[in-house]
Design a protein around this ligand. Structure first.
Ligand code: ZN
Length: 506
């Protein structure tokens, strides 16, 4: 406790003597707010500012800026996201996204490519994901502060140690997301502290709720590294030990390579694309697993904060990458809309691309309930798309994706309550009673994993059970002592369920 008090006194003393070390080219929180106000004023109709939430401790507004033609309306277009300073001391991300916002807005109507991007996409920027931490840094209190200001020990004082590490307070927002949070660092004073609960921090909640609403097709969280360990990298999901690859790995890797190619490195080459290997509650893996966003981390430059005179050229360099991602967001992929084929109303449906989906690692990809829209980037190729929704018949569509997105409007047939298929029925089950030898042959195919077959009599008593192996096969139902008649056969896997009547003739 004594140490904490001393640190706090030290922090108070420091306040007066600070302000010198951060180059004035870097925006403070207040300057970022003013810069956003100027953009909204200069480019009416092309951008709107939105409060996404407030910071955990000082309740500073986390501002987002939506840039698109008809910005004031809620429109149906694919969205992309660029953010800065989720880690407080990595100020360069804030500069990159502000620079890009102004550049895109100034070029709209002048540069045909930029005009097309803003006509066809919603571009979101969040200059400062972590305003409290950002302010600790720009005020000069602690140039190496990374976390938010969560009062971990509940003493009502912001406890930190100037310099790298040793900060009793604060949560690393990029370890607080509710996907693989459990593998993160549980120690308060660690710079990578994951927080008390998954998604506990108000900064995390603000990002989550925007992502759930906007369902970004791609995103970049800009970072920079103090020690030169992660210089000039483009990081994409994922290759965990096992190895376990992200289901969209090939698509994502191809985009990451192209993206990195656009970013010039100090040695005259280009940035280095790398798959992520860690599983620790970060924003990117959560976005990918829950929303389906193809997310990137860019580790900018070769130092934590490029000198002020270099900031514009660093931003110019990153703008080339941003433009590539905007272009790619309008490239190969699936643009699907689902609606009720009798009423025309949008339908919230599950979209499975059979060649890629994985129900254990990823949440289902869905169309939104407002427009019935789902936008997804895919590598060119042939795919099988299965569309399912509660109370609607399942639709299976083969698509060939070339150089541009395939646009599918899928009218779903209403089949009514009680008839719905709660899981996509990609499995099949056929039974063949044999009147000559008291056997029923069952032929099955399964969508992705092994399953359990159970047979019940009409009183609901289970009379038979067997494991079915993936992906397909046959089995014989030959109950001892059962009488001829109708039985109910079910097949249950991790992500699907089938039931069917079966006739047994003794
Ligand atoms: Zn970082």
């Amino acid at each position: 406790m004594r140490e904490i008090v001393l640190i706090s006194l030290f922090s108070i003393l420091l306040v007066g003597s600070a302000f010198a070390s951060i180059d004035s080219r870097y925006h403070t929180y207040e300057e970022v707010c003013a810069a956003l106000d100027s953009l909204v004023e200069e480019f009416p109709g092309l951008c709107v500012k939105e409060s996404l939430g407030v910071s955990e401790v000082d309740k500073r507004i986390i501002w987002g800026l939506k840039i698109t033609s008809n910005a004031e309306e809620e429109v149906d277009k694919p969205s992309v996201l660029f953010t800065g300073s989720i880690h407080a001391e990595e100020l360069i991300g804030t500069e990159i996204v502000l620079f890009a916002a102004r550049s895109l807005l100034e070029d709209y109507g002048e540069d045909p490519a930029v005009t097309r991007y803003l006509d066809s996409l919603k571009v979101w920027i969040i200059p400062i994901v972590n305003p409290d931490g950002h302010k600790v840094v720009t005020d000069g209190l602690d140039e190496y502060f990374r976390k938010n200001k969560h009062d971990n020990n509940g003493n009502g004082i912001f406890d930190f140690t100037p310099g790298d590490g040793g900060d009793t307070d604060g949560v690393d927002i990029n370890r607080n997301f509710p996907y693989n949070w459990e593998f993160g660092n549980p120690n308060w004073d660690a710079t990578t502290y994951r927080g008390p609960r998954p998604g506990s921090e108000s900064e995390t909640k603000a990002i989550i709720s925007l992502c759930r609403r906007e369902r970004f097709v791609t995103s970049v969280f800009y970072h920079s590294s103090a020690y030169g360990t992660y210089n000039e990298w483009v990081i994409y999901p994922w290759r965990w030990s096992g190895p376990v690859y992200s289901p969209d790995y090939e698509t994502i890797r191809d985009i990451a390579y192209e993206f990195a190619e656009r970013l010039v490195a100090h040695d005259g080459g280009s940035y280095n694309p790398r798959h992520s290997t860690s599983r620790t509650g970060n924003a990117n893996d959560w976005q990918y697993s829950e929303i389906g966003t193809i997310p990137f981390i860019v580790e900018v430059d070769t130092c934590l904060r490029p000198e002020g005179w270099r900031v514009n050229s660093v931003c110019e360099n990153q703008l080339a990458g941003i433009k590539y991602l905007l272009e790619r967001s309008l490239g190969p992929g699936l643009w699907i809309h689902t609606y009720n084929d009798s009423s025309g109303e949008p339908v919230h449906a599950i979209i499975r691309v059979l060649e890629i989906y994985d129900d254990e690692l990823l949440s289902p990809r869905t169309t939104d309930s407002t427009f019935g829209a789902h936008y997804r980037l895919l590598a060119p190729g042939d795919y099988t798309v299965v569309v399912s929704a509660r109370h609607f018949a399942v639709d299976t569509i083969s698509v060939h994706i070339g150089d541009s997105p395939v646009k599918l409007d899928v009218g779903l047939r209403y089949v009514g309550i009680g008839e719905e298929q709660p899981f996509p029925q990609i499995a099949s089950l056929e039974s063949f009673p044999n009147p000559f030898n008291s056997q029923v042959k069952i032929v099955y195919s399964l969508p992705r994993s092994e399953a359990t077959l159970k047979i019940f009599n009409l009183y609901g008593a289970k009379i038979y059970e067997q494991k079915l192996s993936f992906p397909s096969g046959e089995c014989i139902f030959e109950p001892q002592g059962s009488s001829s008649g109708v039985y109910i056969c079910t097949v249950e896997g991790n992500s699907f369920f089938l039931s069917k009547k079966l006739l047994y003739i003794k």
